[in-house]
Each structure stands twice: as C-alpha cells, then as structure tokens.
Design a binder for this molecule. Structure first.
Ligand SMILES: Cc1ncc(COP(=O)(O)O)c(C=O)c1O
Ligand SMILES: N[C@@H](CCOP(=O)(O)O)C(=O)O
Length: 433
C-alpha cells in the first residue's frame, strides 16, 4: 500500500516510509492511497474467525508488502494478548472495554503494534530513531510501555504539567531506560504543536531520525480499527443496527472506526462524545471548524482543542458535510454531567466507568433520545482507577487497584520541565542527538 499526504505537496510513499517519518515532509497526515472493502462473505462468516484472523484481514492491505504476511501475523498475535469484552449495560446500551492491556487504556494496541513494526523496520539499521509523543494522559504511558527497551529507539514524551492524572503521570515518568518524559508548561495542544514543529526543523532532522507515536502515525492509528470489528463479532447476532459512541479528543479512534466502516463493517452510525472541548460538536451544528485552546476537564485525555485527525475524517467523507452529518452525531458534556453519569452507571447498573467512558455513555443516551431504534456501544477507553479521585468521589466508594496500576504507584517520577520549543530542541540535541 502507498500513502499520500493530505496536504498534497509531498510524494506518495510506502507504509515503511510513512511509519518512519510519522508525518509527511509537507506537514500533512498520511492517508492510504486506496481502501478496498473486505468481501461480504468475510462479514457473513465473521464468527468463524479468531480476533487475530480478523485483525489480519482488516489491516493486511494497509501494511503489506512492507510487513510480510508471516511477520504481520506474529505482530498481531503479540499485540492482541488481552481481552476486548463487550459488557451489557441495558437493552439498548453496551460498553466495549478497551482497558485490559498493560497500561489500561485503549492506546496499548496501537502502541504495541507500532513498536513492533518499527522494530521490524529497524532490525538491520544502525541509526537510532527518536519517537516523539505528545500526550494528554494515556498515549504517553502506552507508548512508554510499548517501546521500553526496544533496541535503537529513544522515546521522548511531552505532557502538559499538572493536567494528567497522578497514575497517568507515574506511567509515563517512571520507566526511564530509553524513555524521557518532558513536563511542558502548557496544554496538550502546545505539546502537539511542538512535536509537529520538530518534524519540520532541519537543525533536528539533519542530526536525528524523528518519528511520531501519536495517532498521526499510520501504524499507531490503523490498528485501532480492530476494536470495532471485535465489538461487531460479539454483538451482530443480537443487534441489527450497531452505533458506536466514541469518547473523542484527537479523533484518531473514531476515525479508525470510520476506516473499519469503509472496509465494509456494518456500522449504523457514529457518535463523537466530547467533553467541553467540543470543536467537532460545534462544527456539526454550525459547519464552521474553529479550533480553540483546550480547557481542563475531568476527562483529561480528551482535552484537545485542535484534533489532529479531523482532516482524515474530512477525507473519508470527501469533504461533504451532509455525508459526514448523516454518519456522525456529536454531543458535548460538562464535568457535572460526567460525574452524574459515573454515579448513574454505578447506582443503576453496578458498572464502574471512567470519566471518558462516562462521556461515551452520555453520548449513547443523547443519541437514543432522538428516537433511534439501534443498539449503542460506548467505548470504555480507560480503566477507572487511572482517575481514582474523580471516580471514587463520584460513586462514593473505594475501588481496588488492578496489578498494572499497583505496580507503578510507588515508583519515582523523573521528568524534565520545559516551557518553549527551544527548550525541547535543547533537550533533543543534548540528550538524544
Ligand atoms: C481514555 C481516553 N479516552 C478517549 C480518548 C480520545 O481518543 P482520541 O484521541 O482517539 O479521540 C483518549 C485519548 O486519546 C483517552 O486516553
Ligand atoms: N488522548 C491522547 C492524546 C493524543 O492522542 P493520539 O491518539 O493522537 O496519540 C492521550 O491520551 O495522550
């Protein structure tokens, strides 16, 4: 598969080159040159396929021949070594739990998949690669875990100081080895802007090979398609019209769902569930796309004011507003709404959600209230204990820590504080270059 830049000013390139570069030379996001739907018989017989086989069919066209089929099978088997259960909430709503991986957020799949692709591409390479990551909470931990100890790879994580949960901060600042954490005096969008600027900076790119492990990187983004297939396999016999409510920030996850739909997965509709960072909700109402500075919320990983993947969504729907609107609804909720939802899920359904999942649940409710006869699945994107204070206060109950979280609690944080892009450059040139 070849990839093209959505800024249209860079040459088309291979999967390998798109992964190693992260972003195109013209600053555009890479997008597959073509999408070939899977056969109808694949969907008719989906029950006969294992998750690994489904994932293989879904991603094969996007990564071969750069990743040969036998290597891809191994990468998928190693990536998908945990559960993806759908849990019933009530007759009209279920949740797809995506937090059973090592760092307990949905980012584990993409991070592990990308780390292995890069490891494969790098096996005979003597030059080191520096992976730059901006995080609003979960990507950093997942990438740190996925890339820990990978030969020839340095990881530099930028996170907004004071704006990630205590446990998220532990996950991204305590691993050390080839992982460096930079605590930025700013918001997530500042971190993301610095990362994107670094890719265009010849002072850096002439001295080091930089790539990204955010969803801008196709190897981090595309494996997120798998979730939608796994939910469909679990639900399709019981429910005809399946709707996904995706708690959204950088819009990589929902955009991966839209790619799954392009492959032919029968998804009835998408709901982009937002906290008060609601650029896309407003776009669908006003048709004006106006990125704005992010505001801090209790669903902090979605505190994004300028979602990177919106351009890919526009591409999927060919910049046709009506076509997008017929496939996507979007709602925005306050922190008070989110706390109420956490309480309601616990009191009425004995389900302990995290604040991001709670926003997804509210999205399902809002969509179903429009009178739609469908089954809505909200993605439970992180484990509730990652947001311990918020969740325990909302449900008025202590919750047990799983071993993955327990393991980081007493580890010592190590980070470097930075304020400006020049600070980032200095760190990269002095520590890594
Ligand atoms: C727990 C959680 N939920 C939702 C999101 C939003 O996902 P996306 O950025 O793909 O829209 C994130 C961060 O990406 C997250 O960490
Ligand atoms: N919510 C993310 C922000 C970055 O999203 P990504 O999918 O583009 O990596 C986070 O938790 O860091």
């Amino acid at each position: 598969m070849k990839y093209r830049s959505l800024n249209k000013k860079a040459p088309n390139t291979t999967f390998k080159d798109a992964v190693v570069r992260g972003i195109a030379p013209d600053k555009g996001l890479y997008f597959p040159e073509s999408i070939t739907p899977l056969s109808t018989s694949f969907f008719e017989n989906i029950d006969d396929f294992s998750y690994e086989e489904i994932a293989f069919e879904a991603i094969k066209q996007f990564v071969t021949p750069d990743i040969p089929e036998p290597v891809l099978k191994t990468i998928i088997a190693e990536t998908l070594s945990f559960e993806f259960p759908v849990v019933k909430v009530n007759d009209q709503i279920s949740t797809l739990e995506l937090f059973h991986g090592p760092t307990m957020a949905f980012k584990d799949v993409g991070a592990r998949f990308m780390a292995r692709c890069l490891g494969y591409f790098n096996q005979n390479n003597t030059e080191e690669v520096t992976v730059l990551v901006a995080t609003s909470g979960d990507t950093g931990g997942a990438v740190a875990n996925g890339f820990l100890g990978v030969k020839g790879v340095n990881v530099v994580i930028l996170y907004p100081s004071g704006k990630v949960s205590d446990i998220q901060e532990k996950q991204l600042t305590t691993l050390k080895q080839n992982i460096t954490a930079l605590e930025v005096d700013g918001v997530f969008d500042d971190c993301q802007d610095m990362v994107k600027r670094a890719f265009m900076d010849e002072d850096l790119t002439s001295k080091m090979q930089l790539t990204s492990a955010n969803s801008i990187n196709v190897a981090r983004w595309l494996p997120q398609m798998f979730y939608f297939f796994f939910a469909y396999k679990q639900l399709h016999k019981r429910h005809k019209d399946i709707v996904f409510s995706v708690p959204s920030g950088n819009f990589g996850n929902i955009c991966a769902g839209m790619m799954a739909q392009q492959l032919g997965l029968p998804i009835h509709h998408f709901v982009a569930s937002n906290n008060e960072n609601n650029v896309v909700t407003e776009y669908l109402t006003t048709q004006l796309y106006q990125p704005k500075p992010s505001v801090q919320t209790i669903s902090n990983a979605m505190d994004v004011g300028n979602p990177s993947n919106f351009i890919r969504i526009q591409e999927i729907y060919k910049n046709d507003f009506e076509s997008l609107k017929s496939n996507l609804s979007s709602y925005s909720f306050s922190d008070d709404d989110t706390r109420e939802a956490l309480k309601e899920l616990y009191t009425d359904f004995s389900y302990v959600a995290d604040p991001h999942g709670a926003v997804g649940y509210l999205g399902c409710k809002a969509y179903l209230q429009t009178g739609q006869d469908a089954h809505c699945v909200f993605l439970e994107t992180a484990h509730p204990t990652k947001f311990l204070d918020v969740v325990e206060a909302a449900i008025n109950k202590k919750i047990d820590l799983p071993p993955q979280i327990e393991a980081v609690m007493d580890k010592e944080k190590e980070s470097i504080s930075i304020t400006t892009y020049e600070d980032l450059k200095t760190v990269l040139l002095n520590t890594i270059g």
